[in-house]
Design a protein around this ligand. Structure first.
Ligand SMILES: [Mn+2]
Length: 448
């Protein structure tokens, strides 16, 4: 990773490249657990975790919330003579930050990196100009694009949806934007392209043809996929489930819903899941549940790494801080074979009263350390083997005899019923040992 900042200006002065100093360090601007080159199992930490910085939260979000205006200073927006120049300064700040942090990847929406123009053509031109600069900066900073996406939810024209909009004209405008974002992703060597259906849902069934909207969504996704493949895109397409907010109900409700949707419309060969911890919580699921559900379907792709606030029920996008959550998530990810095109994208923002420039570093350092600990614990679960062995044994009655015949489809339902009555009258009293397994996991969490 190059030590790097571009332009004449350093936007995070006084902050040098973040280093690993170990668990005893009291330097807030150092990693305590994330040691990029350290080997865990068969891979280096950085290759397991594939951290990405989210452009929108880190360089665009200014602390505005429904009750208050901006609190977080963005010095890169000062002194710019035009929106495009402001976007260039923001890009300088972004590459300086990502490089100093030592993340290898980043993710963006089209509108995070380049300003919207007065017309769709002008917007495309702005994006192309910024992409040309990003290409050079990626190379100089040794930073790669994990995935790109299009923001088809902020502009008021998307108030009734994008691909699911009841007006055809808006569907076509969304396609114009998604096409340009796909082109940008390909140009920058992006390893994935994400669809988050921010407004692909409904506010009221009284004004909604739900069947038509879902069909339109599937058609739009298939057309975008075909276009990207025709342009030579080899990466993964991701759908990011979220149950609600801003709509009452979003069609990509949760992982299981998306799997059913992708299979129903024949999209499951190209599309994978991008799973966000906070969205899992909003859907009433554990983060690990969503990961295991995607992996069980062979559709695990990438992760938006954050956390919610369990007691307030909205999408707070906080930085991960729970070892228990990252350990169980990383265990699911390791069991799924780890990341290929995906990674851990910090779809997380500092709180609006975290106004020191260093807070952006401190939050990412904490998230990276928390996932590094989670990875080590997950590897410990696998290496020690007690928990995987317990699960294996729990299903061992399907390995031989009648159980194996059942799994192979060699028993009729009448056979099964007869065997049950004749041979297994006393079955069903084996302990699930949940408390024992929780105790074992707690021992791993303390590293004993
Ligand atoms: Mn979120």
């Amino acid at each position: 990773m190059a030590d790097y900042f571009v332009g004449n200006k350093e936007y995070f002065p006084g902050i040098a490249k973040i280093k690993y100093e170990g668990p005893k360090s009291d330097n807030p601007l150092a990693f305590k657990y994330y040691d990029a080159e350290k080997k865990v199992g068969k891979k280096k930490m950085k290759d397991h975790l594939r951290f990405a910085v989210a452009y929108w939260h880190s360089f665009c979000a200014d602390g505005t919330d429904p009750f208050g205006s901006a609190t977080i200073p963005h010095p890169w927006t000062r002194d710019a003579k035009s929106p495009l120049e402001a976007a260039e300064h923001k890009q300088d700040a972004a590459f300086e930050f990502i490089s100093k942090l030592g993340a290898e990847y980043y993710c963006f929406h089209d509108r995070d990196v380049a300003p919207e123009g007065a017309t769709p053509a002008e917007s495309e031109k702005n994006l192309a100009a910024i992409v040309a600069k990003a290409k050079k900066k990626q190379k100089a900073a040794e930073v790669k694009l994990l995935w790109g996406t299009a923001n088809v939810f902020t502009n008021p024209r998307f108030m009734n949806g994008a691909a699911t909009n009841p007006e055809f004209g808006v569907v076509a405008l969304a396609a114009n934007q998604v096409k340009a974002a796909i082109d940008a992703t390909i140009e920058l060597g992006g390893q994935g392209y994400t669809f988050w259906g921010g407004r692909e849902g409904y506010m009221s069934l009284l004004n909604t043809d739900l069947k038509k909207e879902k069909e339109h969504l599937a058609k739009f996704l298939g057309m975008a996929r075909d276009y990207a493949r025709k342009q030579g895109f080899k990466g993964a397409f991701y759908i990011e489930p979220k149950p609600m907010e801003p709509t009452k109900h979003q069609y990509d409700y949760d992982t299981e819903t998306v799997i059913g949707f992708l299979r129903h419309y024949g999209l499951d060969k190209d599309f994978r899941l991008n799973i966000e911890a906070n969205h899992a919580e909003l859907a009433g699921h554990d983060f690990a549940h969503e990961l295991e559900t995607a992996a069980a379907a062979g559709l695990f792709g990438s992760v938006d790494a954050n956390r919610g606030e369990p007691r307030n029920g909205w999408d707070t996008d906080q930085f991960p801080s729970s070892y228990y959550e990252t350990a169980t998530a990383m265990y699911a990810i390791l069991k799924a074979g780890g990341f290929t095109t995906g990674g851990l994208n910090f779809d997380a923002k500092i709180r609006r009263n975290s106004v020191d420039p260093a807070d952006l570093f401190i939050s990412h350092i904490g998230g990276m350390d928390t996932f590094a600990v989670g990875l080590e614990i997950a590897q410990r679960i696998i290496d020690d083997g007690k928990i995987p062995a317990f699960v294996k044994k729990r299903y061992s009655s399907f390995n031989t005899g009648d159980g194996a015949k059942f799994d192979k489809g060699e028993l009729s339902f009448e056979d099964l019923a007869k065997i049950g009555s004749v041979k297994y009258g006393n079955a069903g009293f084996t302990s699930g040992k949940q408390e024992y397994l929780e105790n074992v996991l707690n021992q791993y969490l303390l590293g004993l």
